[in-house]
Design a protein around this ligand. Structure first.
Ligand SMILES: C[S@@+](CC[C@H](N)C(=O)[O-])C[C@H]1O[C@@H](n2cnc3c(N)ncnc32)[C@H](O)[C@@H]1O
Length: 322
């Protein structure tokens, strides 16, 4: 990893007229992308005002097109997704996911049935594995099960492969469902104890609709939990450094390691389009959930969300009223 990033950076120079230029291939990487990421959309503009158009990264596309474009991205990255995640986040995504799962403490020491967990946009099963490990090893609960749901059959295929030889599969503690998070009609009302979504919701076309579906399928007292990147770090200096890294290096790593620059360009652009922690907490509340703590006015464990690693990512939670 250490050798990839400096090499990638050395290939780039910033031209006043053309933006970033690759010294090797002479390709320009639009400065406008960098400039636009320095001017995030004004508050409230994350969900397009025009009901027929929406965002695909920094592009405006019709709503019908978006799901297909997102599907292409994840079909393209599915086989390299786990490796790329490690490279892009320097392995930090693993720590965030571990923390996310620990904070939810899945499984129950006393329940005979265990919990029913729904992991939305579950992709390659990273969260599901951790949930089941935690329930089994920490809470000694061998009943809790996870339904991994994703819109993309290729991502689910990678997840199925990972679970194929695991004892969880044999014990019937994991199942897979191909579904759009905005329409979970295959899942009954009030049937789920814990709904998780990690690094998925920023890709959804109708995030509010997905939150309403989460509310519908959760039991009263059930918990909604989301781990997602945030569009801005609180510290402006760290934010500038981080944006340079993400817009400069991540698409290049995608190009070098997975021969797929555009998908990784989309992944960083989609982070810019995601609502701020405050706005997203408001959307969760609008769907009917109770927010823990002070409803967004205070950060930290007692607030409506928890910032991770200087606010690069955040965990939001909501509880369906009993
Ligand atoms: C960045 S991956 C995250 C995978 C996994 N949760 C993790 O943390 O490693 C995003 C996932 O969201 C899925 N996705 C995108 N739009 C979706 C939608 N509307 N409904 C369900 N899943 C969706 C993609 O197919 C992809 O598997």
């Amino acid at each position: 990893m250490a050798s990839i990033i400096p090499r990638a950076w050395k290939r780039l120079r910033l031209s006043k007229t053309s933006g970033w230029v690759c010294n090797d291939c002479r390709r320009t990487f639009a400065t406008s992308r960098v400039q636009r990421q320095q001017q995030p959309p004004a508050s409230g503009q994350h969900e397009s005002q025009d009901p027929k158009s929406t965002h695909f990264g920094f592009q405006t596309v019709t709503e019908e097109l978006k799901a297909g474009r997102v599907a292409n991205v994840f079909s393209s990255v599915a086989s390299s997704y786990d490796t790329m995640n490690d490279l892009m986040s320097l392995g930090i995504h693993r720590l965030w996911k571990d923390h996310f799962v620990r904070s939810l403490n899945p499984g129950s020491r006393n329940s005979v049935e265990g919990q029913k967990i729904l992991d939305i946009a579950g992709g390659t099963g990273d969260i599901a594995f951790r949930m089941l490990d935690h329930a089994s090893n920490i809470n000694h609960d061998n009943q809790t099960s996870v339904l991994v749901s994703d819109i993309n059959p290729e991502m689910l295929g990678e997840g199925r492969k990972r679970f194929a030889t695991s004892p969880y599969k044999a014990a019937g503690r994991v199942a897979f469902l191909e579904a759009n998070a905005e329409d979970l009609s295959a899942i009954n009302d009030s049937s789920i104890d814990l709904y998780t979504v990690a690094f998925g919701i920023r890709n959804f076309t109708y995030k509010q609709k997905a939150l309403e579906e989460a509310y519908r399928v959760l039991k009263p007292g059930g918990v909604f939990a989301c781990l997602e990147f945030t569009p801005q770090l609180r510290n402006p200096v760290m934010n500038a450094i981080y944006k340079r890294w993400s817009f400069g290096a991540i698409p290049l790593i995608g190009q070098v390691v997975a021969a797929d620059r555009d998908s990784y360009q989309y992944l960083v652009e989609s982070i810019e389009r995601f609502p701020s922690q405050e706005e997203f907490a408001g959307m969760i509340r609008k769907a009917g959930f109770l927010l823990p703590g002070h409803g967004g006015e205070e950060e930290g464990m007692q607030g409506a969300w928890e910032d991770l690693t200087m606010g690069i990512a955040a965990i939001h939670k909501g509880v369906k009223p009993a």
